[in-house]
Design a protein around this ligand. Structure first.
Ligand code: LMR
Length: 395
C-alpha cells in the first residue's frame, strides 16, 4: 500500500537549515528560515524565558492533562497585548492555546471550513506554509497581489479581492511584519480594508506571527485592531514563537471574535466548542511548557519588563540592519532603499532563482528561492560582504 505514495520534496525553507549547516566556509551567511539572531549570529533563549522556566521547575506540581484548550491563563494573559485594553472586546472574544502559529492557522481554516467557508483570498507572495495548510485541509484559495513593484502594499488588489468575493468566502491577512515581503498595510489601508470587509461580509482570518518585531507591540497591533473594531466576526491566529523566541516549543493561540448581536454569546460558545473538538481530533492537547513560561512572564511585572526590553533590543537591531541596507541604495540591479521602511524579519529581493543559487555557490549566502532574506541573519560584520555579493551577482 505505502508504495503508492508519491515522494515529497522536503519543505524548501527548512531544507536550507541543513544545507547551511553542511557548508564549511567560515564566512557563510544564513538568511534562510525565520529565526532572530543577535549581532553575534546567535539565537539565545530570552533571559525572561530562562527566569520563567526556572520558576516553572521550582513551582510546577503536576503535568496532568489540561484539555484541548491548553493553558487558559496563558491565553487570557496574551489578550490585552493583542486586542488592547478592552481585551475581550466586550465579551466577544474567546481563545485557546495551539501548537505554534501553524496550529492556530490550521485550526482557523478548519473551523471556517466547518462553518461553511468555501474559499479563501490570500495575498501573494505569502508564507509558503499557508498554501500547504490550505491544500492539506482542501480549502480552495484565490491569490491577489500583496505588493506593488515599488515596495508598497497593493491596496487596490486586496480591496478588489474582498469586493469580488462571493458568499461564504474569507480573506487571510497578515497582522504585521508581512512574511515574506516585510510590506505592511498603512493605517489608512487598514481602515479601507476594514470598511470593505464590513460592507461585504467577507470573513477575515488574521495571522499575527511577529507582534513587536515591526514598530512595537501596540504599534504592530493598531492596524488589525482597527479592522476588528469594524467587523462582526473574525479569527486571529497568534504565534509567540518569534516574539518570545520559543520556536521549537511551539507556543501559539487561536482567538474567535463573534458579533455584538443578541446571539453573540451563544455563537461564541458554539464556535469555541467546535474549535475545541477540532483540536481534540488534531493534536488532542497543545504542548504545555512554553505557554506556561509565557503565562508566568505576563503575570509578573518584572519579568514582563525584562521580556519587553529584550524584544525592544531585537527590533532595534533589525531596524539598524535595515537602515544600513537602505543606505547602500542601488546595489548591482537591486534597490535596497525600500528595505529601510519595511518591517520585521523579512524582505524579498528582486533576484532570480539562478542568482539565489549563485549567492549560495559563490558567496556562501543562503536565502529562500523566492529571494526572501531574514534581516536578522545580517550583522555589522557580514553586511558589507552581503551588499558586495548582491552587487556581484546582479551587476
Ligand atoms: C519562516 O517563515 O521562516 C518561519 O515562519 C518559520 C517557518 O515555520 O517557516
Amino acid at each position: 500500500m505505502l508504495n503508492r505514495l508519491e515522494p515529497q520534496s522536503p519543505d524548501a525553507l527548512l531544507a536550507l537549515i541543513k544545507l547551511h549547516a553542511a557548508d564549511d566556509r567560515p564566512d557563510k551567511i544564513d538568511l534562510g528560515v525565520g529565526v532572530y539572531r543577535t549581532g553575534d549570529g546567535a539565537t539565545p533563549v530570552f533571559g525572561a524565558i530562562k527566569a520563567a522556566e526556572q520558576r516553572l521547575v521550582d513551582t510546577q506540581d503536576s503535568k496532568s492533562y489540561l484539555g484541548p484548550e491548553g493553558d487558559m491563563g496563558f491565553v487570557n494573559a496574551l489578550m490585552p497585548y493583542i486586542f488592547g485594553s478592552d481585551a475581550t472586546m466586550g465579551g466577544r472574544i474567546a481563545g485557546m492555546q495551539t501548537p505554534g502559529g501553524t496550529g492556530a492557522v490550521r485550526l482557523a481554516v478548519a473551523l471556517a471550513q466547518k462553518a461553511g467557508m468555501t474559499r479563501l483570498h490570500m495575498g501573494t507572495p505569502s508564507w509558503p506554509n499557508h498554501a500547504q495548510i490550505l491544500s492539506d485541509i482542501d480549502m480552495s484559495w484565490t491569490p491577489f497581489d500583496h505588493a506593488n513593484p515599488d515596495g508598497t502594499a497593493n491596496l487596490d488588489a486586496v480591496l478588489a479581492a474582498i469586493r469580488g468575493a462571493g458568499q461564504g468566502e474569507g480573506v487571510l491577512l497578515h497582522g504585521c511584519c508581512h512574511n515574506p515581503t516585510g510590506i505592511d498595510y498603512s493605517a489608512d489601508d487598514w481602515d479601507a480594508i476594514g470598511d470593505a470587509v464590513a460592507q461585504t461580509g467577507v470573513f477575515p482570518i488574521i495571522d499575527v506571527a511577529y507582534q513587536g518585531l515591526g514598530a512595537g507591540l501596540d504599534e504592530d497591533a493598531a492596524g488589525f485592531r482597527s479592522l476588528l473594531a469594524k467587523v462582526p466576526e473574525a479569527f486571529i491566529a497568534y504565534s509567540c514563537d518569534k516574539n518570545f523566541g520559543m520556536y521549537r516549543d511551539r507556543v501559539g493561540a487561536f482567538y474567535i471574535m463573534t458579533n455584538t448581536g443578541a446571539d453573540g454569546a451563544e455563537t461564541l460558545d458554539k464556535a469555541f466548542t467546535n474549535a475545541n473538538a477540532l483540536a481534540r481530533a488534531s493534536w488532542s492537547m497543545p504542548p504545555d511548557h512554553g505557554a506556561a513560561a509565557v503565562r508566568l512572564i505576563l503575570r509578573d511585572s518584572d519579568m514582563t519588563a525584562q521580556w519587553s526590553d529584550e524584544l525592544d533590543q531585537m527590533r532595534t537591531r533589525m531596524r539598524q540592519v535595515r537602515a544600513r541596507l537602505a543606505e547602500a541604495g542601488v546595489t548591482g540591479s537591486v534597490d535596497l532603499t525600500p528595505l529601510g521602511t519595511q518591517n520585521g524579519l523579512f524582505s524579498v529581493l528582486p533576484v532570480s532563482t539562478e542568482q539565489v543559487a549563485q549567492l549560495r555557490g559563490d558567496h556562501g549566502i543562503y536565502m529562500a528561492g523566492s529571494g526572501r532574506i531574514n534581516i536578522a541573519g545580517l550583522t555589522m560584520d557580514n553586511i558589507d560582504k552581503f551588499i558586495a555579493a548582491i552587487a556581484d551577482v546582479t551587476g
